[in-house]
Design a protein around this ligand. Structure first.
Ligand code: ADP
Ligand code: MG
Length: 346
């Protein structure tokens, strides 16, 4: 027989670490948050450095607006954000972040250093963080942000991810798998944000490149040369569809599905299924297309207030919107087919 045990409140540090582990499950989650912060800061150039699949080091440098020195003491605290002020602001949000949880979470599971400079400051400042607070870089010195040289923008490093969560670390020991996931996040944003340069060991896009240039750079010219452009305003649904999808001559073993809704990389299993069924009539059995789609819809129609790691989105008029996108792609594929048979007849 078991006896009833006394109920105790968990230690603050334990609560924080558990909460952080929900938001940052693996290195690619942390990288996505950092990358989105850089984009929110208006960065046009982003450099990324990864060691051991991000477990040893995640480093991201941007040329965005930087963080003011006065804000450096609280920037890594939970629920501190410069992006919204009221609950109502949520309905018209245009930034990636808004909950002010990402940096805080990362400091609970990694050693974080921020070096940042705003345009109107004479110098950059560097500070170290643990458990959402400023900490001295070594014992006996001040934890206050220290002036240093630097360009306008922000450099953030997160070292030894999950150093304090040995079971999580053990579960992530396949560093090449983690690196692949990071690359996937970077690839998606590189394509969507064509025109801005970005750089990670294996992905490097040029500042003036087009979307198609970036697809060619990342997925190869055999993919880029078989794409049909999508561009359509769907009346009545307040929906703008743009993107590139592969034609009926192209197929791969596994679908490549890059989806953005209002500039955010997301997943939608329902949309993926519909697109696969459209292609089923055009492609050989067991083969799949390349799909890159960016959707823009009224922010009011999307539920953004979901858990940070939930990439799967929910939106209003989902069935109608998904059917409409299926139709747009079907029309494009069928149209491309006609022009081909027309060519062979002449
Ligand atoms: P959120 O993005 O939800 O606001 P974060 O924890 O990701 O929360 O970031 C907290 C705040 O730190 C942001 O609101 C922003 O003001 C600032 N910040 C974070 N990263 C950057 C960056 N790369 N450049 C400028 N400011 C940043
Ligand atoms: Mg953020």
């Amino acid at each position: 027989m078991t006896t009833s045990r006394q109920i105790k409140k968990l230690d603050e540090a334990v609560i924080n670490r558990i909460a952080a582990g929900e938001i940052i499950r693996r290195p690619s989650n942390a990288l996505k948050e950092l990358l989105e912060n850089s984009l929110d800061a208006g960065a046009t150039n982003i450099q990324i450095l990864i060691k051991d699949g991000g477990l040893k080091l995640l480093q991201i440098q941007d040329n965005g607006h930087g963080i003011r020195k006065e804000d450096m003491a609280i920037v890594c605290e939970r629920f501190t954000t410069s992006k919204i002020e009221t609950f109502e602001d949520l309905s018209c949000i245009s930034t990636y972040g808004f909950r002010g949880e990402a940096l805080a979470s990362i400091t609970h599971v990694a050693h974080v250093t921020i070096t940042t400079k705003t345009a109107d400051s004479n110098c950059a400042y560097r500070a170290h963080y643990a458990d959402s607070k400023l900490v001295p870089p070594k014992p006996g010195v001040s934890a206050e942000p220290k002036p240093c040289a630097g360009n306008t923008g922000t450099l953030i490093t997160a070292e030894d991810l999950f150093y304090n969560a040995p079971t999580r670390r053990e579960a992530l020991k396949n560093t090449s798998e983690e690196y692949k996931r990071i690359l996937d996040v970077v690839n998606r944003y590189a394509i969507y944000n064509a025109g801005q340069g970005s750089n990670i060991a294996d992905v490097s896009t040029l500042a003036n490149a087009s979307t198609l240039d970036n697809i060619r750079q990342i997925y190869g010219s055999s993919t880029a040369s078989e794409l049909l452009e999508l561009k359509k305003d769907v009346e009545g649904l307040d929906l703008k569809v743009k993107g590139y999808v592969s034609n009926a001559n192209y197929n791969v073993k596994k679908i490549v599905f890059l989806l953005f809704i209002n500039h955010r990389a997301v997943e939608s299993l329902a949309l993926k299924k519909t697109i696969e069924s459209v292609y089923a009539t055009f492609l050989p059995k067991g083969t799949h297309p390349f799909i890159y789609i960016g959707l823009e819809m009224k922010p009011q129609n999307i539920d953004v207030n979901v858990h940070t790691t939930k990439r799967e989105v929910r939106f209003l008029y989902e069935d109608e919107i998904i059917a409409a996108i299926g139709d747009v792609i079907h029309e494009r594929l069928a149209g491309a087919d006609t022009s081909r048979s027309f060519l062979t007849q002449t």
